[in-house]
Design a protein around this ligand. Structure first.
Ligand SMILES: [Zn+2]
Length: 78
């Protein structure tokens, strides 16, 4: 049976500590914006939903720019 040796934990460097702290912070909320027209009005769509027991469910959610949609363009924002 191999003998296990305890390796002392190395103290993280100052830069690593800063990186850990930044990673632990919550990401700031940002306003969704269309990258084609700069609009901020969005429409949520779902593709491939299932209709079961009188209810629609599932499907792939996508967020489209409403302004571009009115112009006949389908711009997926998220
Ligand atoms: Zn747009």
């Amino acid at each position: 049976m191999p003998r296990l040796k305890l390796v002392p934990a190395t103290e993280p460097s100052l830069a690593e500590k800063v990186r850990q702290r930044v990673r632990a912070m919550p990401r700031p909320a940002a306003v969704l914006q269309c990258n084609r027209c700069g609009g901020r009005e969005m429409i949520e769509t779902k593709t491939g939903m299932l209709f079961k027991d009188g209810k629609a469910s599932g499907g792939t959610k996508q967020i489209l720019c409403a302004a571009c949609l009115l112009k006949g363009e389908r711009v997926v924002v998220l």
